[in-house]
Design a protein around this ligand. Structure first.
Ligand SMILES: *Cc1c(COP(=O)(O)O)cnc(C)c1O
Length: 357
């Protein structure tokens, strides 16, 4: 077998879910498992959280997968239904659905369902991606509250800048949300991971922790460990080749990196077709034998190369960690100009996941 595996620590995910709930005692929490649980394997993550109050998915396919594992949990469909017949499927799967546009609201009112749905009216409180403006939402509240297709009528919105707690948009969005306090809703939900960790005033009834479940930080400047989170995914492998490269010789495609001195180069069986970003610059940290070494040369499709100068004992077969328990994914993401969310969710299907309970 190619020496590359994503080891998923499910007990870390349970720990992180309970930590999210401990931030907001008495509230309920949807575990966000969209995008294959941010790359961690939705089936295993859902199975590892039997005590979760609910789950959040981005599409019907994901919802079906979760419902098959969890007969009772609330399963919320984030972007809602895109065709009238999807409401029938949502009813069959007993989903909670977001209604984020006039088209969706009208299609819901036009459908005949075998059971009413829990509906989450989406407020566009300032992110301007989905949802109704506050006044529009009032009008839909009036129409949907009495509709036979609707069981619970709930309110949901989303922060654009919760990862920057001082950003003025947070206050504007919270004020917009609160301007609807006079409307009768069964449940309210606003907080993603960053807001769970920093804005108790936004906790409402249902939390929506995503990235924190997986042990990465929503903040650029606060490491996950400092927040009490445990990393869930370790992407690891081993060295598959080691060589000496003389000063002046280049390594990899485009000969973009040139050895300034004689350098021991290690080759690792992980590339951009595994989800490791091709944009990773020279110097991006990689762990070899538990020590940090810099990536050198371009990341290729199936391999990448590192400078082993700092680890003379490294040899073919030596253990490698691309990110995880000892090297925070957020640090690698920072070096690559992206965020942990992207690295985790882009680990491709080619990489075997090994789940630990
Ligand atoms: C993905 C998502 C979340 C989870 O966000 P994190 O930053 O990962 O905690 C919550 N709410 C909505 C609407 C989302 O799309």
């Amino acid at each position: 077998m190619r020496p590359l595996v994503a080891t998923i620590d499910l007990s870390a995910i349970r720990h992180n879910y309970l930590l999210a709930k401990a931030c907001a005692p008495e509230r309920l929490a949807f575990a966000v498992v969209k995008a294959n649980a941010y790359g961690h394997g939705a089936r295993e993550v859902v199975s590892a959280l039997p005590e979760a109050d609910g789950f959040i998915v981005a599409c019907l396919e994901e919802a079906g997968e979760v419902r098959a594992l969890h007969g009772k949990a609330r399963v919320l469909l984030l972007q809602g239904c895109f065709e009238a017949k999807e409401y029938l499927m949502a009813a069959q799967l007993a989903l909670d659905v977001v209604v984020q546009s006039r088209e969706q609201a009208e299609a819901l009112l036009g459908s005949t369902l075998n059971r009413p749905l829990n509906v989450w009216l989406k407020l566009d409180s300032g992110m301007h991606r989905l949802g109704f403006a506050a006044e529009e939402l009032r009008a839909w509240h009036a129409r949907l509250a009495a509709a036979e297709q609707v069981a619970e009528l709930n309110l949901i919105s989303h922060f654009a800048c919760a990862d920057q707690p001082e950003h003025p948009l947070n206050r504007i969005q919270l004020d917009c949300y609160r301007s609807l306090d006079d409307l009768a809703f069964d449940c309210r939900s606003l907080a993603n991971s960053a807001a769970i960790l920093t804005r108790p005033g936004a906790h409402m009834d249902w939390l929506r922790p995503g990235i924190m479940l997986y042990g990465a930080s929503p903040f650029a400047d606060r490491p996950a460990a400092e927040l009490g989170l445990k990393p869930a995914m370790t992407l690891g492998g081993s060295l598959i080749a080691v060589r000496e490269v003389p000063a002046g010789d280049s390594v990899g495609y485009g000969a973009s990196w040139v050895a300034a001195r004689p350098t021991r180069i290690g080759t690792i069986s992980c590339g951009y077709a595994d989800g490791y970003p091709r944009s990773a610059p020279a110097g991006t940290p990689v762990l070899v034998c538990g020590q940090r070494v810099p990536l050198v040369g371009r990341v290729s499709m199936d391999m990448l190369t590192v400078d082993l100068s700092a680890v003379p004992e490294a040899q073919v077969g030596s253990p490698v960690e691309l990110w995880g328990a000892q090297l925070p994914v957020d640090e690698v993401a920072g070096a690559c100009g992206t965020i942990g969310y992207e690295l985790l969710s882009k680990v491709t299907a080619r990489v075997p996941r090994r789940h630990r309970y």
